[in-house]
Design a protein around this ligand. Sequence first.
Ligand code: HAM
Length: 459
Amino acid sequence: MIQRQKGCNDIYGRDAKVWKYVDQVIDALMEKYNYNYIRTPIFEATELFHRGVGETTDIVTKESYDFVDKGGRNITLRPEGTAGVVRSYIENKMYGDPNQPVKVYYNGTMYRYERPQSGRDRELTQFGMEILGSDDPLSDAEIISAAVNLYKMLGLKEIKVNINSLGDNDSRAKYRDALVEYFKPHIKDFCEDCQERLNKNPLRILDCKVDKDNEYLKKAPKTLDYLNDESRDRFEKVQEFLDIMQIEYVIDPNIVRGLDYYNHTVFEIEAKVEGFGSNNVLGGGGRYNGLVNQLDGPDTPCVGFASGIGRLVKALELEKVNLPIVEDIDLFLMYVNDDEKKYAAYLSQELRLAGFIVDTEYTGRGLKGQFKQADRLNAKFTCVLNSEDLNNNEVKIKNNHTKEEEIISLDVLIYYLDEKINAGMSDEYEEGECQCHHDHESVECCHHGHSGCCHSHDE
Ligand code: HAM
């Protein structure tokens, strides 16, 4: 038997429904924030990631999926989405669009040759958003607020937002020198990777997974002490906007992020729910003002964020969030003979086009087996198509919950089902009561389009 590759996942059944739901909420959220969807290739020139993400980062030096294609080109499967978006921004001259800044989002697979473990996959799916062409601290706060609102709209409560600032190039360079000086006498006590990092990128020592308990690491100089006035002022403005938006956060000077392109604001959002394990960062991001220029584009200030969908789905499960996932069908059509089967084919087509979720029998089961199948599918209604009824232009419909049966004229079947299923749904709720599970005090949600949901409060 051929098995799936290590660190890759098959997502199917209920999990696949949860993933699709998360995708829908992302699309709805991004519409509200006015971001446009962007789809860039899964593979790019290797050079893009070396120059973009950084020669000293783990995802480029150790974890990249590189290959030479049949034309002799050096290709890499993207380990993250930002570099591809920036390449596309430059190549398509989006900086020339009068509509600035450019606000885009993506949602797709990334590839990192990691040691697979819970929350750490080789094929991972990331939702990401980027603002290209704004240096305003409001855009940093907007990105953080959008990330937080995504988690809240989905129903997560136990999250923590950690923010920090690496400052501008000047502050960052001073901080870098301070770190080299601090770590140099103790570097022998650190892992081999950190010994290499000392001169190449000492900031990365701070988020080393191997040395995380090293005492010297805990007492290392903090970025915030090396910010120049301009950088400190900028960071304060970001906090001011977050306060205005009522986004709760904690300043954590240890957040430095694993990728080389960041300056000024950096942040990570953690899942605090019990049982998550060590890979509990749901998403992270920050400002990368130098990247467009570094990849041969014009000087363009940018900020962005990405969230792993796999970790997000795990957080939803661990927090036992009740998601509005459709796990039933409206009608199961049953039949015995060939004429009835043909009618089932006709009627299922009609009813599906009218908007109902309809299924029927495809495996030759007898009626008893078909009833069992209807139960397995959680059918709200069942209908045994019977030649005699059909000749009378009628069908017998059974409500699978109340077990009540009614004979309905085929001419009014659609209206009957519409009333029972769609209008019936809102009967279960007080008028104006929201049918979704969200915490409306903190976030307004409204992507479901159910009658009675969120929006209708104001209607
Ligand atoms: P990152 O921190 O490398 O940032 O990844 C963002 C998120 O992707 C992580 O917080 C995590 O949820 C998920 N993730 C990363 N690696 C794995 C993995 N091996 N398995 C499962 N999930 C994973 C970036 O990728 C930046 N491009 C974010 C960004 C956008 N910065 C600015 N704009």
